[in-house]
Structures are given as C-alpha cells and as structure tokens.
Design a protein. Structure first.
Length: 498
C-alpha cells in the first residue's frame, strides 16, 4: 500500500490582518502629521514635470570631470570595503555566540554598535584631523563605518550556522580555529560574498560625498550679486552671501545658479568661462599692503606665488591703493552701527545673552554718532572708486587672504609686522577692504606654513564683473595646478615643540 503524502497546511503570514491594518493606520497618521495631505503640498507636485524637463536633455560637457570624479569615488569605495572585509570577518567570528561566551561577544558587539552609530562622513572628518585632507581620509572613514556595519551582518549569519554541524566538529575536538575555518566560514561563504558586494555598492554612493574632503576655494561675490533673503543680518550693507567649494569651476557654478542678476548668471556659467585667458592677464600685486604687515612666512608665500605666476606667462605689476587702515576705519563705523541697529532691542533688554566680545562691539556701535556713519558711507564710495580706478588697468589684484595663519584657539593678540594687534583685526585686514567696497574676491589655497597651516592667496576683480574674476582665477588655478597641489596638502595636528 502506497503511503499518502499529506498536503502542507497553508503557512500563516508573519503578520496578521489586524497587525497590518494597525501598521497602515500608524503610517497614514504619520503622513498626516508631516503634512503629506496638505493641499499646498499636493499642488506643488505639479512642479515635478518642470523639474524633470530641466534635466533633459542631459548636458555632456561636464562628463570628463565627472568620469574622473567617479573613478576616484570607486577607488575610495573599493579600498575602504576591502579593508572593512578584512577586519569584519575576524571581528564577526569573535562576536558569534555559538563560538564564544558572553564575556567576549557582549563587549565586542557593543563596540561594533558604537562604531556603526557614527556616520561615515563623521569618521572621515575625524581622519581628516588625523591624516589630513584627501582621499585617504575618505578611505579610512569608509572602512571604519563599514567594519561596524558589515560585522553585524556577518555575526548574525554565523550565529545561524547549523548547530549540528558545529557539534559534530566539537565531538572530534578540532579546536576553535578549525571550527571557524572548516565549518562556520564555508557554511556562510556565499553570505559573506553577497554582503561584501552590497557594502561595496553602498560605499560607492557614500564615497561620492567623502571624496569632497580635499580643501576649499572661497568666493565672495560682488555686493549685492546674491540675494540675502532668509539670511539673518549682521550689517545689512556689508553682508554678502558667498560660497565654499572644491574648485573655481564649482564656485562659478554656484554663483551662476544663485545670483539675482540674469546677466551675471549667464556670464558666470562655468561652461561659458573661457578655457584659457593666456598671457594677456595683467595682475596687480599689493606689495605695500603685504610687506611689513604680514607674517614672514605669508610674505614669502606671496612672493613665491607672484614668481610662479610670472613663470607661467602672467604679467604681474605692483599696484597701489590707499592704506588698508583707512578701509578698516570706515568699515568699523558701518559694521558696528548697522549691527547695533539690528540687535538694539535684544542687547539692551538681554545683554547677558551675548558673549563679552560681541556685547562690547554692539555697545560701541550704539555710541557711534550719525555724522560718523554718514561720513563713513560717503568715504566708502570714494574708496570703491579708488579700487575701481586701479582695476581699470588690471584684470585682478593679488594679495594673501590673511596676513597670518590660523591662530591658536582663545588667542587674543598676535604679532604682525612687529606690532601686537588683536587676532580678529589681523585675520580680516586683507579681506575687509573689499567687503567694504563690495568688490568680488576669491581665495585660492596655495601652500602650507612650517607648522602645517594653510596659506591662501586672494584675487580681487572689478565690481559686478565676477565672471571676469572667475575666468582669471580659473586660469591661475590651472596654470599653477592648485587643485592637485592642495589635494596633496596634509594638516599636521601636533603642536611643534618650542
């Protein structure tokens, strides 16, 4: 008599109908709470076709740059994932409960949980301090986060290995290493491979962000080329929205998409900037501002920058402007007066909410006379004309971005040119004049001091001719290979011994 095979009873779904309804109701309630059913939100969905239309057809012009960036991204992801797999397998084995007791697995699992709690971008920032800017920080940040994440996936897979096979190995008394090598790893080999490939795919996406940790170029556009709507004011006639980016090309792209001037938006489009301005560029070096008014290392760096420009075919002449202390004096009146007007209500009613330095600055502003403010505004136009007059014969002015390198935190005074000045004034002395006049300025990372601190150079262009300044800056960046050079810079974090 043939045995009859009974049909399997139908398997129940993991969640009952009531549970599914409850989850659906909770989800709908959350969507309602977050405004998903707000009529204004629904009406804005009509913007989607227009947004998609802006993306089509795709522009092929940035492809060479994108391909190189994509290759670096893949290399960061590959190196980070390989390191993570090498560490994750042994750590996951040590965290497997079927192999080791709680005295080993519990603290190790807690450590791995702590590692993966910190996002990869934060790990990369930590490694920037440790090893400096560049792809290496991205590789180490990716490896660190992936180790915590991948180890969890693997020790859960190792825990699921058939206990009977493990028990058979233990009966033979082969030892822990043999159990791991001949039982656990072979049983989970396919899972190890699949999760490693998943981690690599994830890291390719993450590395697109981490690869950006290679230093920045800073652009201060002409005042008021970019709208300040939504920006809380400090001194409204001085406040300028600027950009930090990886290259001159990137700052041009940012300006072209944010400027309120249609003409400037078109002209500053990085695809419209000339690819080469050749030796026709004429630059003016503000030697009188720099000599005796900057740290000796900054002075030497500026002279080196000028010599390199001349060696590459740029014409560099000496330029003269009124003393930068004159700019500082009138900037001081305008900034303090306008900041005090903005904060007057709060600084009078709640002075204790301000730090001592800010409160002192605002209180000084409240004592500035109207005649001094009006005179400062009038002199501002005079100084703007003076800068513009010099720039009629030049394509840009050249000078360091700051007369000193980054000071120690909490330092109140520094020596500049044999004089002791407050840190704040020193840091701003070469950029503040063009904040006063509203001229566009761009800062290019150039070299490092003997203490491993960045020294940057500044180019200043004609008023509301930001696109011309960007074209010059792009030519300088390419001629001196500054983008590659800055990628190789490393920040030394240890304090030099005296």
């Amino acid at each position: 008599m043939r045995a009859r095979t009974l049909p399997r009873p139908p398997q129940r779904p993991p969640f009952g109908l009531l549970t599914q309804l409850l989850l659906a109701l909770i989800t709908l309630a959350l969507l309602f709470r977050f405004g998903a059913f707000d009529p204004s939100v629904i009406s804005r969905l009509g913007n989607l076709p227009a947004f998609v239309a802006e993306m089509l057809p795709p522009d092929p012009r940035p492809m060479p740059t994108l391909v190189l960036s994509m290759l670096e991204t893949v290399m960061i992801a590959f190196a980070g994932t390989t390191i993570a797999v090498a560490f994750s397998v042994p750590l996951a084995l040590l965290s497997t409960r079927s192999l080791f007791g709680p005295q080993v697995t519990v603290p190790l699992r807690f450590l791995l949980s702590a590692i993966r709690t910190v996002p990869a971008i934060i790990w990369a920032l930590i490694f920037v301090v440790t090893v400096g800017f560049g792809p290496l920080a991205g590789v180490l940040g990716t490896a660190m986060y992936s180790t915590g994440y991948l180890s969890k996936l693997l020790y859960e897979a190792f825990d699921a290995v058939d206990r009977e096979v493990l028990e058979a190995a233990r009966v033979m008394r082969v030892g822990k290493l043999a159990e791991m090598r001949y039982v656990v790893i072979p049983e989970a080999a396919n899972y190890i491979l699949s999760q490693s490939l998943f981690m690599f795919e994830y890291n390719v996406r993450a590395s697109a962000i981490l690869g950006a940790l290679c230093g920045v170029v800073g652009l201060k556009p002409s005042y008021p080329a970019v709208s300040r709507d939504g920006v809380f004011p400090l001194a409204p006639s001085l406040d300028t929205v600027g950009f930090h980016a990886l290259s001159v090309w990137d700052t041009a792209a940012a300006l072209s998409k944010t400027t309120s001037s249609p003409e400037l938006a078109q002209r500053s489009d990085p695809f419209r900037l000339p690819s080469s301005v050749g030796s026709a560029v004429r630059l003016g070096y503000l030697r009188s501002w720099v000599e005796g008014n900057a740290d000796p290392e900054v002075e030497r760096a500026a002279e080196s920058f000028v010599r390199e420009l001349e060696a590459k075919g740029f014409e560099v002449v000496e330029a003269e402007l009124p003393d930068h202390e004159l700019f500082r004096r009138y900037w001081y009146f305008i900034r303090r007066a306008e900041a005090s007007e903005v904060h007057e209500h709060w600084v009078l009613e709640r002075p204790e909410d301000y730090g001592p330095d800010v409160r002192r600055m605002l209180e000084e502003g409240l004592r500035i006379r109207a005649v001094d403010y009006v005179r400062a505004m009038r002199m501002r136009e005079v100084l703007r004309d003076a800068v513009e007059s010099v720039l009629r014969e030049l394509d840009a002015l050249v000078l360091p971005a700051s007369p000193i390198t980054a000071p120690e935190a909490g330092l109140a005074k520094v020596k500049v040119g044999g004089r002791e000045v407050d840190v704040y004034s020193a840091l701003l002395s070469f950029t503040m004049p063009f904040n006063l006049t509203g001229h566009p300025a761009i800062v290019l990372p150039y070299t490092l001091s003997s203490e491993g601190l960045p020294i940057s150079m500044q180019l200043v262009g004609r008023y509301m001719r930001d696109h011309e300044l960007l074209a010059v800056a792009l030519a300088v960046e390419r001629a001196l290979d500054l983008k590659r050079r800055f990628k190789e810079l490393r920040v030394r974090t240890s304090v030099p011994s005296s």
